[in-house]
Design a protein around this ligand. Structure first.
Ligand code: PLP
Length: 228
């Protein structure tokens, strides 16, 4: 049976191959290890294999894990990638390093107000509903420029870029389209005067397409830990 360390090697090889194909340096893509539903022992195993960036979806589960891994806290970077309700912003502002799922101003304002002064600014991405699916969270692409300008002005946040979970598609060409659209939106924001450096896109099934379209953070769970 493949170990977490074997799976990580495979995922890094996929990222490296896609970077080569894209003519990008391999260090330009960060692997975010998505540990949702897996216990802190699995996170320890991935950390022992050299990983330090971890993504979680559910706030309470993540807080329990961050606490259980407090001895490694200095060495780990915790990213919230799941939906965030306004009544849960305080513990998130206190415990996480990044939030990828900001999709409205009210959430961003609360995170900024609640970010403790002794911590560096919370790093944030705006989640965009890039495939226009009715059921998916994320801001509509048309709303993103105004939202980005407002969030960029909040004192205790640092707006880094955009995140999306595109609709699944079977072919590489079809997978590239929504990733290209997210990149175009980021380029437009930068042309409007922002200085964003992060495209959080690509998962186990479509990380190659995302890297080809300029992803800087791929979020990978099942290819590392197995099926959930
Ligand atoms: C679960 C999840 C992932 C990882 O998905 P896999 O298909 O397991 O790689 C990435 N991003 C988000 C937002 C997720 O919820």
């Amino acid at each position: 049976m493949a170990t977490i360390s074997d799976n990580l090697q495979q995922v890094h090889a996929r990222i490296a191959a896609a970077c080569t194909q894209a003519g990008r340096p391999v260090q330009s893509v960060t692997l975010l290890v998505v540990s949702k539903t897996f216990g802190s022992d699995r996170v320890r195993e991935a950390h022992a294999a050299g990983e330090y960036q971890f993504g979680e979806n559910y706030v309470q589960e993540a807080l329990d894990k961050i606490l259980a891994l407090q001895d490694l806290r200095e060495d780990l970077v915790w990213h919230l990638i799941g939906p965030l309700q306004s009544n849960k912003t305080r513990p998130v502002a206190e415990a996480f390093d990044w939030v990828h799922s900001v999709d409205r101003l009210k959430i961003a304002q609360r995170l900024s107000e609640q970010r403790p002064q002794h911590l560096p600014p919370l790093q944030v991405c705006l989640q965009v509903n890039i495939s226009g699916e009715a059921s998916k969270s994320g801001a509509h692409p048309d709303e993103v420029p105004a939202l980005a300008m407002a969030v960029a002005g909040l004192p205790r946040l640092r707006l880094r870029g955009l995140m999306a979970i595109p609709e699944t598609a079977q072919t590489l060409e079809a997978q590239r389209l929504p990733h290209a659209a997210l990149r175009a939106l980021l380029e437009r924001l930068n042309a409007d005067g922002l200085a964003l450096d992060t495209l959080s896109m690509g998962m186990s099934a479509d990380l190659e397409a995302a890297v080809l379209e300029g992803s800087s953070i791929v979020r990978v769970g099942s290819a590392i830990f197995g099926a959930r």
